[in-house]
Design a protein. Sequence first.
Length: 194
Amino acid sequence: MFLALVPSIRAQNKRLTMDDIFDPDPAKRVNFSGTPASPRWLKDGEHYIVASKDRNAFPRLLKVNAVTGQSEPFYDAAKMQAAFLAMPGTSKDDAHRLANQTSYEFNPSETGVLINFANDLFYYEFGSDRTIRLTANPDEEVGEGFSPDGRMVSFVRGNNLYVEDLSMERRERALTRDADAKILNGRLDWVYQE
């Protein structure tokens, strides 16, 4: 954890100016909200991912070397955008938003991401640029996540629990069918989330 703080310690040697506090560009303005960016460590143990402070950055996610503080884009956002744009029914604006999120749900091997966007789920695989629209349903999907082996995605729709296979044969299966106003499969009700 200490290594992640090295760049911010160096930044504290600079004197605070009025421009730092009131700069019209939010990316340059000092954040006094007390909510630091929460990095996501990569499996290599040497890098972490954070969202760029520059709201116009493309992509917004940066891969940061914990020792040197050097950062680079985590992925090729233009390739990701092109892959989503090639999907039938995806607008240019939607493809841009899908490729420029500030956080993603990563699969266990960190080779693909799951995106909940406009009440549907999408999958993107880095390297192969494979995209899949997992759901096309007017109902909202929530609580999405990968199976431990990364081959399936689970989610809740209409208080029922579903899984979908990410293989070429893709199949959505309902694991429960008994949901109603009192039966909330896969969702917390009165239990506090901690």
